[in-house]
Design a binder for this molecule. Sequence first.
Ligand code: SF4
Ligand code: F3S
Ligand code: FES
Length: 253
Amino acid sequence: MSYQAHFKVWRGDAVGGGLADFEIAVNEGEVVLDIIHRLQATQAPDLAVRWNCKAGKCGSCSAEINGRPRLLCMTRMSVFGQDETVTVTPLRAFPVVRDLVTDVSFNYAKAREVPAFVPPADLKAGEYRMRQEDVGRSQEFRKCIECFLCQDTCHVVRDHEENKAAFAGPRFLMRVAELDMHPLDAADEMGVDRKRSAQEEHGLGYCNITKCCTEVCPEHIKITDNALIPLKERAVDRKYDPLVWLGNKIRRR
Ligand code: SF4
Ligand code: F3S
Ligand code: FES
């Protein structure tokens, strides 16, 4: 069954913009991205939107729907009442390029700041052995589609541009956690201390475990419980571990 929906879509660019009103047909089974495409086809051919897979896997179509960060292609129209206005706006934490497209390069810059996995020097390819338990732990984090909805949601940067330099955000703190819990990562032999850098370079201390990032993750990754809290625990353990403390003292002499 079709019906006419009322949409408000943000139109504009880096200089400014506002919400534009549309009345548009909705068919059974459609998602918000279908409606945006219908708007492009029938009423607003220059409406900018980023998308690719329409299957919740490329992470491109992130936007905010009625103020909540979501994937346009995975949000069914049936979750809204037929007389409810559906408001679609660009991700709030990142600069607008045009309409619903934002510049997410902040995230790529943060990704580059996390040193890559370092394989153990004494093992050759094919000799790596890991317990299934360890594999399973990082497999959850590997489901990330880099939609950056968690980055957009986190209150540390959402309305605080000034925190961006010091805070990597949940997605990249999760990456640090994944590497830190990897049993074969030998980054410490290259002078990379992942626990220390989580605190001092990636802003782990800014996270006060509000779990908003976890709530919006379309892959249902338990970012806070399985990555951020364990990383905080390990970083703190280390800081207050008397042997580590003594070791650091001796090394500093
Ligand atoms: Fe998106 Fe989840 Fe990855 Fe964050 S952790 S970028 S919300 S898939
Ligand atoms: Fe932000 Fe998630 Fe921590 S929303 S404050 S990174 S738990
Ligand atoms: Fe790929 Fe939505 S278009 S996740």
